[in-house]
Design a protein around this ligand. Structure first.
Ligand code: BES
Ligand code: MN
Ligand code: ZN
Length: 485
């Protein structure tokens, strides 16, 4: 959903609903609502206790000329709502103003350009729906526009444009995540990545033979059980001058994780279609930074395959050799993500990027630790860790630091090989990170475990059930802060 920026709407403005945002105890005047009857009704509601301004609260009022309506949207207790409060309030308003007869909605955002951008993000993310696999015509959502309530429209158009690009990236990530394993297999992800070529993006894809040629023995082992051919997707975006540092992104692309021979239990196994969300986030981020023409250079890698049990599948006990020559004893074929990532990280590290960041739905242990509140953030560099943490905080995608420590590294030592792929249950998110660290050479590196945040079981704020697109906003913010001015 793309939103339009608008200057102050006049009395005859054609729309089906105006939306105004109020905090608890906020201003009771609605001078910017250009419809006299709605203004009066809204001000009466604000004066009475019918509308209190609480977070998530909305009130839909009728009676404007030409059937126009007014939606009051609550932003909560705080005098200065956070960015995420405003996104969530905009999402609630978008839902309240989504009746069959509402084709066009005019959001009067509080504050200035930044708030207009936040409203556009909240609305755009909330109005996403995944209809691609349903028969029948998808419901057409309303056309939306944002105008600052204050009338100070400076910078609003740019902020809304930026929000649109970020929303489009996150919704691409959501689509890729929501598509099932029988559709969004490795070749499909590669096809969607290829569609981004042009405008500074180049894409190169390696098939099974190519992965073997690249000596990615760990990744290749996971793909042995898959009838769908694996793909190693390489994308480059060049938005800065040649001499600018390159940032490398790696995303886990397990298009379906059955656990392999170490088969998962059946309950909730269908959710393992989301096991490519790290890869999806990387592709969605490339889409966004291309649209934003961000002045950065980014190399992105998505190792993609499904993890299946089969006569050809890899087994517990197998010993595989990764691209950096380290040998790995397979304890559990369900610890497959790290086997894809280790080869992709080793490959990315060879190109000496200024920093290397991977995202992965890597461990159930991370979900136990942080739930759906934050991703787990590991880094061998204090500045990179705090920059990612700050970027996440700024955009409402929390990333919480977890430890890298040699005790965890020791837990990953193999009996019959250099390493093993599972350190057991305890400290599972940390042992997984310690494993990955063995493959980044001397790179400045961070690992973001998104297992708990990549999808949601029900609609929540500006998220819809299914893939959230987590990480696109965080990475776009991080990359923007590192862009050439
Ligand atoms: N994709 C899973 C991790 C996962 C589980 C993500 C649940 C989201 C929700 C990963 O491949 C996996 O199976 N990890 C194992 C590792 C273990 C065998 C060492 C896990 O976390 O149980
Ligand atoms: Mn697994
Ligand atoms: Zn997995």
């Amino acid at each position: 959903m793309q939103l339009k920026a608008l200057k102050a709407p006049g009395a005859s403005h054609r729309t089906d609903a105006f939306v105004v945002f109020r905090t608890k105890g906020g201003a009771r005047k609605l001078a910017a609502v250009p419809d006299a009857a709605l203004r009066k009704a809204g001000e009466a509601a604000l004066k009475s206790s019918e509308f209190g301004g609480g977070a998530g609260e909305t009130l839909l009022l009728h009676g404007g000329s030409n059937g126009r309506r007014l939606v009051l949207a609550g932003c909560g207790d705080s005098k200065k709502p956070s960015g995420d409060d405003l996104r969530a309030a905009a999402a609630s308003a978008a839902r309240a103003a989504s009746g069959d007869n509402i084709k066009r909605v005019t959001y009067l955002s509080p504050g200035g350009a930044a708030e207009a951008g936040l409203v556009a993000e909240g609305v755009g993310l909330a109005l996403y729906s995944f209809d691609a696999m349903k028969s029948g015509k998808a419901k057409k959502v309303a056309a939306c526009e944002v105008a600052p309530e204050s009338g100070k429209s400076e910078g609003v158009a740019a902020a809304v444009k930026r929000a649109n690009a970020i929303v489009a990236g996150a919704c691409l990530t959501r689509d890729l995540g929501n598509l099932p394993g029988n559709v969004a297999n490795a070749a499909y992800l590669a096809k969607r990545a290829r569609e981004l070529a042009g405008g500074g993006v180049t894409v190169k894809v390696h098939d099974r033979a190519g992965i073997n040629r690249l000596k990615m023995g760990a990744f290749a082992a996971v793909a042995l059980g898959s009838a769908n051919e694996p793909r190693f997707i390489e994308m480059k975006y060049r938005g800065a001058k040649k001499s600018a540092p390159t940032i490398a992104l790696v995303g886990k692309g397990v298009t379906f994780d059955t656990g392999g021979i170490s088969l998962k239990p059946g309950a909730k196994m269908e959710d393992m279609k989301f096991d490519m969300c790290g890869g999806g986030t990387v592709i969605g981020t490339m889409h966004a930074i291309k649209a934003l023409k961000l002045k950065v250079n980014v190399d992105a890698y998505v190792p993609a395959t499904d993890n299946m049990p089969a006569a050809t599948a890899y087994r517990p006990g197998d010993i595989v050799t990764a691209r950096n020559k380290k040998t790995i004893e397979v304890i559990n074929t369900d610890a497959e993500g790290r086997l894809l990532l280790c080869d992709a990280l080793a490959y990315a590290a060879e190109k000496k990027p200024s920093c290397l960041i991977d995202l992965a739905t890597l461990t159930g242990a991370c979900v136990v630790a942080l739930g759906d509140v934050a991703s787990g953030l590991f880094s061998n560099d204090d500045k990179l860790r705090s920059d990612l943490e700050a970027a996440g905080k700024a955009v409402g995608e929390m990333a919480w630091p977890l430890p890298l420590h040699e005790t965890f590294t020791k837990m990953m030592r193999g009996t019959y090989a250099d390493l093993k792929n599972s350190g057991g249950r305890w400290g599972g998110a940390c042992t997984a990170a310690a494993f990955l660290e063995q493959f980044v050479a001397d790179c400045t590196w961070a690992h973001i475990d998104i297992a708990g945040v990549a999808w949601t079981e029900k609609d929540k704020g500006y998220h819809r059930v299914g893939a959230t697109g987590y990480g696109v906003r965080l990475l776009v913010e991080f990359l923007s802060r590192r862009a050439e001015s």
